[in-house]
Design a protein around this ligand. Structure first.
Ligand SMILES: NC(=O)c1ccc[n+]([C@@H]2O[C@H](COP(=O)([O-])OP(=O)(O)OC[C@H]3O[C@@H](n4cnc5c(N)ncnc54)[C@H](O)[C@@H]3O)[C@@H](O)[C@H]2O)c1
Length: 425
């Protein structure tokens, strides 16, 4: 194969940092169907804030070529000169929590138009074991007319970044790699090794690599579900969960998970992929699905806890002013997709309270479109009957809670972030 030219399909939280990294060494075509996203990136602006504007501008090019650099486009024709394709499109679930493979299959269809002999297609999107071989490769074969593992080859290399984490960025996380035969696996591994400073782990097969990624997120989900369950039990017993966890964490092998809302499009979604596949094999996954149920119940649970505390303090609940701090699905990132703060908000509203939501990370327009909530611009214009810290954005450390509360106000710190000993001030 001549010089490596990489086409990256999907320039979101995963695709853009990867495209930027590869572009420091190779000619990269970054393709996305979202015209607005492409226009922003062309200007050197990444609204996800995963790649700094200056870092992005350093690699951007205005022409697609074999020379190192990133050419971003919404025109798939530019993919035709590529010989490596990397797919980083979303893998969500529908309202019945069934996997949605449409973006993955449509990306495969696009690639198939340009696929040539000896090209390699690498999937990075999180999927259940078997998705690459059973769902994607047939599309590549059918649409291209080429034969898998004879004319073209495939790899799978899952992404492990966590949005907002500026330390463990893509090049600093060991990358699991795999390929459809020994030679391809080596090529895929070599490609990632050339830019991932943390190194790679070559898995023995595509299915093993797929399974390894999905269980990372399932494990996290189940561990959080366990501490969420503890917080429900201890709340009934009037024991402070955070104090219990702090004490238990002094043992060397106690895992330091914290209770809270589990949103986003990874931990709250990926377990359904494995669960669905397991059921196709006739196995009902008890632990995985009960973890999901438990975590999805937390918004309602926290709302009822807040209201109970208000009643306890004789704060009138109906039309009480409540402030929610944070709407994004996690701290220090602008991503509001599948945020579970919305469950908390809706549950609080169902008790008849007035709810203000403040989050300087989230885009006001996006929150309005997605959830019909008008984010407030500042927090000190009134006193609140209850204040709930839902997301631990670093800026919230500086909030003057005393300025926000009345004598009897409830302060509920879901993330145990404000360094308040008692959950209820
Ligand atoms: N965000 C994370 O933290 C994270 C971490 C690890 C793995 N993942 C996985 O990586 C994958 C991508 O996630 P993401 O967060 O980057 O998603 P994203 O929504 O941020 O980005 C996906 C991009 O793909 C584009 N797209 C959709 N269909 C396309 C198509 N057919 N052709 C070209 N572009 C298309 C979208 O316009 C979007 O810009 C998912 O499988 C996700 O589970 C995400």
């Amino acid at each position: 194969m001549s010089k490596i030219r990489i086409g990256i399909i999907g320039l979101g939280y995963v695709g853009l940092p990867l495209a930027r990294l590869f572009a420091t060494k190779y000619g990269v075509v970054g393709f996305d169907i979202n015209t607005k996203r492409v226009a922003d990136l062309k200007k050197g602006s990444d609204l996800t804030q995963e790649v700094g504007d200056n870092i992005l501008k350093e690699v951007l090019t205005t022409v697609s070529s074999n020379e190192k650099g990133l050419f971003v486009t919404d025109n798939s024709e530019f993919l035709k000169e590529c010989n490596y394709y990397i797919v980083t499109v979303p893998t969500s679930v529908d309202k019945n929590n069934q996997p949605v493979l449409i973006p993955l299959l449509s990306a495969s269809k696009i690639i198939a138009n340009y696929l040539q002999k000896n090209d390699i297609v690498i999937y990075e999107s999180t999927v259940y074991p078997g998705a690459t071989e059973e769902d994607c490769i047939p599309v590549l074969e059918k649409e291209s007319g080429l034969v898998f593992n004879q004319d073209f080859f495939v790899g799978y290399s899952p992404e492990r970044i966590s949005p907002g984490d500026k330390v463990r960025t893509v090049e600093h996380i060991i990358k699991v790699t795999s390929g459809s035969n020994v030679e391809t696996a080596k090529k895929v591994d070599d490609l990632y090794k050339s830019v991932i400073t943390a190194g790679t782990h070559l898995a023995p097969s595509i299915r093993v690599a797929e399974a390894s990624k999905i269980i990372e997120n399932c494990q996290r989900d189940i561990n959080i579900a366990f501490v969420n369950e503890l917080s429900k039990i201890f709340s009934l017993m009037n024991i402070n969960t955070n104090e219990v966890l702090e004490a238990a964490a002094t043992k060397w092998n106690f895992l330091p998970f914290k209770p809270g809302l589990v949103g986003g499009h990874c931990i709250g979604v990926d377990p359904f992929y494995l669960a669905q596949k397991a059921q196709q094999y006739g196995y009902y996954p008890e632990i995985i699905l009960s973890g999901r149920r438990l975590n999805d119940s937390m918004g309602n649970h926290i709302a009822s806890e807040v209201v109970k505390l208000m009643i306890d303090k004789e704060v009138k609940v109906k039309r009480a002013n409540v402030l929610i701090l944070g709407i994004t699905f996690k701290e220090n990132c602008p991503d509001i997709r599948n945020t579970k703060v919305i469950d908390l908000y809706l549950a609080l509203k169902s008790y008849g309270v007035q709810c203000d939501v403040y989050d300087s990370w989230a885009k006001k327009e996006e929150v309005k479109n997605e959830y019909d909530i008008n984010l407030i611009d500042g927090i000190y214009s009134k006193k609140y009957d209850a204040i709930v810290l839902a997301v631990a954005h670093k800026e919230f450390k500086n909030i003057d809670i005393l300025k926000l509360k009345n004598k009897k106000s409830v302060v509920y710190d879901i993330k145990n972030f404000l360094a308040i000993k008692d959950k209820s001030l």
